[in-house]
Design a protein around this ligand. Sequence first.
Ligand code: PLP
Length: 401
Amino acid sequence: MISEKMIPLVENNSVIRVMFEEGKRLAAIYGAENVYDFSLGNPNVPAPEEVKQSILEILEEEDPVIVHGYMSNAGYEDVREVIAQDLNQRFGTAFGDRNILMTVGAASGLNVILKTILNPGDEVVVFAPYFVEYGNYVTNYDGRLVVISPNTVDFQPNLQELEEKLTQNTKAVIINTPNNPSGVIYSEETLKHLSRILEEKSKAWGNPIVLISDEPYRELAYDGAVVPYVTKYYDNTVVCYSYSKSLSLPGERIGYLVIPDEMKDSREVFTAAAIANRVLGSVNAPSLMQRVIKRCIEKGASVNLKAYDKNRNRLYEGLKACGFSCIRPQGAFYLFVKSPEEDEKAFCDRASRHHLLLVPGSSFACPGYVRIAYCVSYEQIERAMPAFQALAEEYGIRPEK
Ligand code: PLP
């Protein structure tokens, strides 16, 4: 009954399903507190208090017909204007409501922009390691995913290989910074270099390549690290933002696209994207949440970064002390650890015998590594340290002197 396009999706789904089932099985035997699930990117830090306050205020103060009603497919103008002004203040941009399109989270934003720009056969370039859903989103519109191999020295994108793999059929390049799964922030130097390459190729071939900057982790940057605003470097940039992580609202499905004036055919792209939002079936982003976002920005709400930072430091230092090798993440809430054996899936299997649930890097097109999500309680990290230590001893690894 199901379509041919769905068959591989159903088969791949089983990998995640197996991990989920394994977690449940271990919890039933050993107790949930003795199972250390580091597999999910679901924020454990609660949404800031301003979210609840805003919901209550909206229900008390705003017209329910408007709050629960349809609006323009692009979202409420006043909400989009507040977002635009906030971005302008923080990043020196010049956006208005005309540039902001409210979406059902980043997942939907990516689908909206890909539907807006892709013709069948168009190529979309991604840098490994990358968020695995990109492949599915590109296939949704009969695009072709082109993967650039990982640069495991510092996990900045491999721009030399990008130059080799761009073709006349390249329609878009997706970047994700701060990055899931590596935690790396792409430097200004990287973005400038990337922009130069895309400008040159776009000019040579007469068809502009769209740079899609997927930024759900923008606000999760540690030690004062700067996350450069990508529209400043390359005109044909579309930013895909989400409040799933920045306000811990993943279930509420709220985010936006930025389509700058500098983009070629900006108005046409914006109109097409609003229609894509409609015909993909989202119609518009959730109304109540749009109104909540406006108030949260006005109240200056932000995520409790300190909690993630504390987890990051504890886990990073703890894993290094065990002898594991990984780069210190600058953003997001993931650590990308080198597997002590080549087959990282076998390593994940061994880890699960210590009740540690980790995601193999091959799920991000980067075998040989595993992802540890530290958006968990600090207590879970503390409790898991002896298990990591025992795992390290099993492999005979020790900290570097
Ligand atoms: N992009 C990346 C890199 C992600 O890690 C995620 C979610 O984990 C998404 C997009 C989707 O986020 P959203 O909940 O906003 O759809």
